[in-house]
Design a protein around this ligand. Structure first.
Ligand code: AMP
Length: 226
């Protein structure tokens, strides 16, 4: 493992895919494997909502109806998070950028911090709603859980469905928001040598293997074109 290609390199990674594609699970695994933080803007917002912070109060209704929080708020949240020292060796961003202005702002934030690896996760539409309906998290700490779990493996908290996964209308709205507002960022990134697409429909271990291979190949391309 120690000498595997790319493990010692800085990894700046973003994961793009529709709600239910499995970004959270895969982002968590890859962040662990590369020893970098997973930064989920959805988790940051859910925690802020739960704690009733100013950010949470501002975001609550928007998140619950399945719309996007404004670009300036989200850019501020991510900028502040990327300034923390634990991102020195890189990061896995899960759920950001979600709009072209967010993608442009990220490029500015990363100026001089090494290449950005962009992973698109593709899952057929018919599969997404099933996955969102089955998805469970810990009510207290937000950790992903399996549908059969009764207690959180991390904090012992109660396992529940996400508030924005419960209603069919909200799920449909979030898929529409992805198509209209987030999919255009694929065109923003597609021509970059570090852009990769992986099949997210396979079982999770195979997705992880494909993700690892895509990251190593993107790092290789980035270092040979420097
Ligand atoms: P997620 O956990 O990534 O599915 O995010 C849950 C919800 O948080 C989304 O449906 C949005 O309402 C909000 N959200 C998360 N990330 C962003 C972002 N980058 N821009 C705008 N809203 C976001």
């Amino acid at each position: 493992m120690q000498n595997a290609p790319g493990r010692e390199k800085r990894v700046n990674l973003i994961m793009i895919g529709p709600p239910g594609a499995g970004k959270g699970t895969q982002a968590e695994r890859i962040a662990h494997e590369r020893s970098v933080p997973r930064i989920s803007t959805g988790d940051i917002l859910r925690e802020a909502i739960q704690q009733g912070t100013p950010l949470g109060l501002r975001a609550k209704a928007i998140v619950e109806r399945g719309d996007l929080v404004s670009d300036d708020v989200m850019i501020g949240v991510v900028q502040e998070r990327l300034e923390r020292p634990d991102t020195r060796r890189g990061f896995v961003l899960d759920g950001f950028p979600r709009t072209v202005p967010q993608a442009e702002a990220l490029d500015e934030m990363l100026d001089g911090r090494g290449p950005l690896i962009i992973i698109e996760m593709v899952v057929p539409a018919a599969e997404l709603d099933k996955r969102m309906t089955a998805r469970r998290i810990c009510r207290d700490c937000g950790t992903n859980a399996e549908p059969a779990d009764t207690k959180c493996s991390r904090c012992g908290g109660e396992i529940v469905a996400r508030a924005d996964d419960g209603q069919a209308a909200v799920r449909t709205r979030r898929q529409g928001v992805y198509t209209r507002q987030t999919k255009p960022i694929l065109d923003y990134y597609r021509q970059r040598p570090t852009f990769r697409t992986i099949n997210g429909e396979q079982e999770p271990d195979r997705v992880s293997a494909a993700l690892t291979a895509a990251i190593d190949s993107a790092l290789e391309t980035a270092s040979s074109s420097r």
